[in-house]
Every structure is written in C-alpha cells, then in structure tokens.
Design a protein around this ligand. Structure first.
Ligand code: GLA
Length: 572
C-alpha cells in the first residue's frame, strides 16, 4: 500500500488506473525489477525480439509523488547534490522567510503550503522527480542488458508533451530514441507542433534517425473534443515525421479496444473493421512506407539550432515571477512557428550541446541558464556564430538565484546591453512597435552599450517602454553576432526578425516553397538525398523539384505539382 503515489495535497491515490506507483518506492522497485529480470531471462534470445521498450511514457501520470518515502529519497538526493546543509541553505536561499534548515530531517517535498513554496526547493523537486524515474529507467535497462547485451533498447519519450521529465537525460540512456506524438485537435496549425516535436526527437537523438513509437490514425480520447483526422491528414503526419528523421511510423493502437478506458481512441483496425476509411488509409500508408526503405538511416539537413531546456522551462514557470503569462512553450512555439513558416529546418538541442556546425542559433527562452551553458553560447558567437536570444533570458543561475549586476546577467556582455527594468504587460494590452506592428505579454527598458537597435518601441500602452526605446537589438561579437528581443512581437514581425537574422547568418531553407508547404531534406552518407514536400494547404501548388517521385515513379525536371494536402518525396 505504501507504493501508491500521494498528491501535493496529501491524497493517496488508489489502484484502478495505470502508473499507480511512487517513483521512489523500494517495494515497487523490487517488484518491478523481478518482472523485468524474468522477462529478460525468458526472451533475451528469442529471435523475434529486435528491440526492448522499457516501461511506457515515463512520468506521464505519476512523476510527482509527495509521500514520506519520496521525502526520504529527496533528502538523499539533496545530500548528494549539496553535501552539507550549509550548501543546501545557501542554494535555496533559506535565510529569506526564515526557512533555514538545521537538520536534513526537517526538509519536506514542496507540499501544500499557505504561501509560495521556496522556489529552489520546488525546482529541485522537479529535478529530483525526473531523476527518480530516470533511475528506474537505468535500473530496468541494466537488468535487460545483463541478459540481452546486443539488443538495442528504447523508451517512448514525449517531447514537449511531457514537462515533468527531462527528455534529453532519458534520451542519453537509449540506444535508439523513440517518441510518441499526438496532435492537439483544437489547433488548426497542429502540424507545426508535430514538426517541432519531430525536430526535438532528432535533437534528443543527437541527429541520428529515431522512431515514432506512437501516434494516432485519427482521434484520441483524452482531449475535450476528440476531432477525427481529415482524409489524408494521417498520411501527412506520418510522412512529416519521416521527413524530420523518423525511421519508423507506429500507432497506438492496433485493434481498437471494445472495452476499457481507451475504446474511443482510434486504431489501425477500427471498430468498423476493414470496411473503413481508416483501414484503407493505414494500408495505403504501409504500401508507401515500403517504397521509402532507401531513406532509412539517412540524416536531416539542418543549419539552424533552436535551444530547448527542461530546466529553463521548470524555472520560468515557478511561482511568483514577474508575469505568469510568460509560458515557456508559448515562447518556443512562436519562434518555431516563424522558422517553420520561413521553411527553415532546425535541430532542437540542449543549451550545452556542440553548436559549432550551425549557421544560426536561436534561444527563445533561457530564464535559467547554467554558467557552462552560458559560456557555450558565448563561445559559439565569439567563434563566428549568429545567436538570437529571447526576452527575460540569462536571469538566474542553476539555483534560481538572480545573477549579480544588471540583467541580462549571463548575457549582458554578449548582447552589449543592460536591462533597466522589466515591464510585464497585461494579457489584453498590446505594445506598439515603430514599424507599425505590435508586441504583447512582455517588454523591457534597455540601455544599449555596444548593441544597436534594429526595431524600437512606438508610443503605446501604459507601462510599456517610452517611444524610441529599443525593442530588438543586434550586437557584433568578435567574429559573430548576438541579437536580443526585449519583447514578444506578434507573429508577422517575429517572422520578419527571424528571416533577416537567418539571411544574415547565411542559413537557407531546403527549397523555395510557399508558406504552408513543408520542404525538408534527408541525406545519406553516400551522398544521396531525398526532398520531402508536404502540402498543408487546401489548394495545389507548384514547387521546385528535380528527381524521381519515390511513390509514383514520376520524374521531375525542375518543378512538381503538389496537390492540396498531398505529399511528394523526391529522390534527388
Ligand atoms: C499514450 C500511451 C498509450 C495510449 C495513448 C493514447 O501515449 O503510451 O498507452 O494511452 O497515449 O493516446
């Protein structure tokens, strides 16, 4: 009974659903290990086993448990991290609000509190909880590898659909990265979120091919209105994943259940059987995938990196920030949408990764950035790279402590400016920009040192910076450049800004296609290449293409007609 998870407010959850366990519970661990060991012993040498899939969507339902067992495990985790109580007190800033700890036993998980919980305690609990599941993943993986050392192993990660686990940390433990992806049915531009998550999957795989472990043939059953996919949409989704580096397309579920919690979730074989459009679309997809086997193992062309970090996400969304409307995924999505609309393919990578090969690097939101990661971005720009940084970045260190001196602490010198004051904006207000466009949510009053303004604020809403003050800046840095956005421009101006930035950096899209059409290129190590052209528009378009259509066999001598909603894959 002690292995059942406890919520923040102290409710112990009960069986009858799934993932009903506390990630730190030793009895659960013991029982789970026993099952894993038995499975591995029994099936390690079975000829049909080509890949081990550990667990299912780590952390989806139960990552954060607040029970006493978790409290004990948290204290151990903190001892390892800080070694001494003085270290912990300093890191958590416990002198504030008289929170100083004199004994490890006094430390609790961030349970229900009358006022804001200590932010570093909260942040560390998110790290600890992700690590607790990562430990389970590593233990179960090690047990399997003892018996099946040569069989690759994976787990289905969830990209931006899962805030609670650090996807990059889990991906490092996998022989092949796999992800699940489900569309947000209410979003007419859901295919852009799909592309973002596919680029993140590739980032988690360090550029190597990855697997789409799950997506849906049509509707899911867990959104407020579970809209069915339109004819052709599942095919576009599947091939968009392949375009962005997937070497597999798989589905939840095979045969639609007739009972249980997921009976209204679509499947490859739906309730109405083989006389259904879903079945016809799935089998057609299967035929098309067979024609694409040569693509397997090739890598995606991307000259731009977009920086993503779970720790920055956790920190930005802690309590008591200047604005609760500054949401990490909104920022990342808006920048990504601009890149997508411009036709640029980007790798989505952690801030500490090797950036040297990229022509341009975009960091939409790095409120928290470690010293090492900040130095990595500095050295990228110093070495000739082009870096664009989003508002309210570089602000706090690894412990969520405000960096000393003027903001943006970690990026002050790099950006050649200081922040005089942060000026959050009410959600209903718009801030006028000098080019006639507008921004929202956030503004900053900047003082420029070596940076120059490329766009300024215009007279506008109350609380916004004065007319003529800089909104977007540009700073030469040794051989490279570093730009800054002190606000959140509306999509058109964000797109123009990113377009100019990418052009100056020399980054080019895979092909010249209209907005709403995706063009992505995969290359083989032997010098071959495949151009994916995906039309999300309701009308046919003519796009540049030279080579053979891998599905129809047609050959294109410079252009091809892409029907409404159609996909063409060209062997160049
Ligand atoms: C997750 C799970 C599956 C299923 C699907 C439904 O991704 O891994 O078991 O519940 O969601 O969308």
């Amino acid at each position: 009974p002690e292995s059942l998870p406890v919520t923040r407010t102290g409710t112990r959850q009960v069986p009858g659903s799934r993932q009903v366990f506390c990630p730190s519970n030793p009895d659960y661990a013991h029982a789970a290990d026993r099952i894993v060991r038995r499975l591995a012993q029994r099936y390690a040498d079975h000829p049909a086993v080509v890949l081990w899939h550990v667990h299912n969507e780590w952390g989806n339902h139960n990552a954060l448990c607040y029970c006493d067992v978790s409290a004990t495990a948290f204290r151990l985790w903190l001892r390892e991290r800080y070694e001494t109580l003085d270290g912990l007190n300093a890191a958590w800033g416990t002198d504030f609000w008289s929170q100083r700890y004199g004994d490890w036993q006094e430390i609790q998980p961030p349970r229900d509190t009358p006022a804001f919980v200590n932010p570093t305690q909260d942040l560390d609990y998110q790290r600890f909880s992700s690590d607790a599941l990562l430990r389970r993943h590593r233990t179960e993986s090690a047990l399997i590898r003892e018996h099946a050392p040569d069989t690759p192993l994976t787990t289905n990660l969830m990209g931006t659909l899962e805030k609670k686990i650090d996807g990059f940390a889990f991906a490092e433990q996998c022989d092949v990265v796999s992800v699940d992806h489900y569309l947000t049915a209410a979003d007419p531009q859901a295919h852009i979120g799909l592309a973002l998550n596919a680029d993140l999957a590739r980032g988690m795989a360090s550029g190597a091919p990855w697997m789409l472990m799950e997506h849906s043939t049509s509707a899911v059953n867990w959104q407020p209105v579970n809209v069915a996919k339109k004819p052709g949409e599942m095919r576009r989704n599947s091939l968009a994943h392949i375009a962005r580096g997937a070497d597999s397309v798989m589905f939840f579920q095979w045969r639609q259940a007739k009972a249980g919690a997921e009976k209204w979730h679509s499947a490859m074989l739906p309730h109405n059987g083989t006389q259904s459009s879903t079945w016809r679309e799935v089998t057609r997809l299967g035929r098309h995938l067979r024609a694409l086997t040569d693509i397997r193992g090739s890598t995606v062309d991307a000259h731009i990196a977009l920086v993503f970090d779970w720790h920055a996400w956790w920190a930005l969304e802690l309590d008591a920030r200047p604005s609760s409307h500054l949401r990490y995924l909104d920022l990342v999505h808006s920048w990504y949408e601009a890149l997508w609309s411009l036709g640029h393919t980007c790798d989505i990578v952690p801030p500490g990764s090797d950036l040297t090969a990229y022509r341009a690097v975009l960091a939409p939101s790095l409120y928290l950035v470690t010293d090492d990661d900040a130095e990595n971005l500095h050295s990228y720009a110093r070495g000739g790279g082009h870096l664009l940084v989003g508002a309210f970045s570089g602000v706090v260190d690894v412990n969520d402590h405000v960096r000393p001196g003027p903001q943006p602490g970690a990026f002050r010198d790099l950006l050649g400016l200081t922040v005089d004051e942060y000026l959050p904006v009410r959600p209903t207000d718009r801030i006028a920009l000098a080019d006639g466009s507008a921004a929202h949510t956030w503004a900053e009053r900047l003082v420029l040192h070596s940076a120059a303004a490329t766009l300024r604020f215009a007279p506008g809403a109350a609380g916004a910076p004065a007319a003529g003050e800089p909104a977007i800046t540009h700073n030469p840095v040794a051989a490279g450049t570093a730009g800054y956005l002190a606000t959140h421009p509306e999509p058109a101006v964000l797109r123009r800004t990113i377009e100019a930035f990418c052009r100056a950096a020399g980054a080019r899209p895979a092909a010249d296609v209209p907005v709403g059409v995706e063009a992505v290129r995969r290359r083989t190590s032997a010098g071959g290449s495949f151009l994916f052209l995906i039309n999300h528009l309701d009308e046919a378009v003519t796009v540049p293409a030279r080579g053979t259509d891998m599905i129809s066999g047609l050959s294109y001598e410079g252009k091809c007609r892409l029907g409404a909603g159609d996909v063409v894959i060209v062997r160049e």
